[in-house]
Design a protein around this ligand. Sequence first.
Ligand SMILES: Cc1cc2nc3c(=O)[nH]c(=O)nc-3n(C[C@H](O)[C@H](O)[C@H](O)COP(=O)(O)O)c2cc1C
Length: 375
Amino acid sequence: MEKAPLQVIPADVVSAVDYEQRAIGHMDAAAWAYLQGGAADERTIQANLNAWATCNLQPRVLADMRGGHTRCTLFGETLAHPIILAPVASQRLFHSEGELATTLAASVMQGVAVVSTQASHRLEDIAHHNQSLGQGLLWFQLYWQGSRDATLALLKRAETADYRALVLTVDAPVSGARNREQRAGFNLPANMANLNVPPTPLPLVPEGGSVVFDSLMTVAPTWDDVAWLVKQTSLPIVLKGILHPADAIRAIDVGASGIVVSNHGGRVLDSVTATFHALPEVAKAVNGAVPVLVDGGIRRGTDIIKARALGATAVMIGRPYIHALSVAGALGVAHLIRLLREELEIAMALTGCKTLEDIQMDVLHTQLTANASST
Ligand SMILES: Cc1cc2nc3c(=O)[nH]c(=O)nc-3n(C[C@H](O)[C@H](O)[C@H](O)COP(=O)(O)O)c2cc1C
């Protein structure tokens, strides 16, 4: 039997890993497998975590840190810190308030949450809840809906509900073989079904045909669709799931306003490069033309400073805030964001960086800097 969410944060919960260790007790085994698992042998999940962990920082001493801060600007809005809640589907699986709680926590902490197309509340209800509490700044994650008309209809709903950016996820036209989840027999309960859009009807697979090539990929978006989509809205469109520098350049060419270096938290294709290793080359190719975000395995403020050093404007976190949600609802998520921000501040102060702009490659220890940029 899962434990109820806590009303008070226990004194020994002092980092993301503490929330993770407690979260397993707050959800059933199948939901845990869905949350924690990834594609196939989960090599990419491990690679994401290991890569941040094995890069070292280079401390600097005696620097004047007065007036330091973690503020950053994205698409014309100033955020108190560069920690964004990544889109995570079906959050009522983990806490009865689901996305209402996580978006509230992000807003209270003066950051951004990205609401998934597959949210377990309607996108309008999440936005209204947030606005009624005087909070703001939500982005909407858009999954291509199989046709331009259906995708446009969803985009327009997000615009009307006052979402400030659209994050088009481009790395999952086909679901990963999430073996851990399959073995646990996970099925999304009917009352958690995506409330935003009915499932896209898929073309029938011809006799002897392939589900991937003859069905799923026939309704997947292409670069032409993205170029078209960008022209349908004045909102910034951010492409999530870019790992190759050439794709980053193409994204800018078709009018994307930002890029998320992501491998979907290792949930789609296994044996993919850690985002830590993909980030420097993408950032180099983008060369400041648009903001570059990164996610996958970020668990500490020290990971965030490393991400900034490698060229990211901001980071997104996925699983960690769902752990905090399951343990203590909105309070837990807000607490987790605060912990990560404080860890970032400590790392900045001890590496001589007063602002995020001060964080350059030289905060990384030189030997490992070479490794990071050579992969
Ligand atoms: C349970 C779960 C559901 C997710 N759902 C979505 C989604 O609906 N849309 C999306 O673009 N990414 C989704 N993601 C991927 C996250 O946005 C993010 O890329 C990933 O979790 C980052 O890695 P991390 O969990 O190691 O922080 C999901 C991830 C998890 C763990």
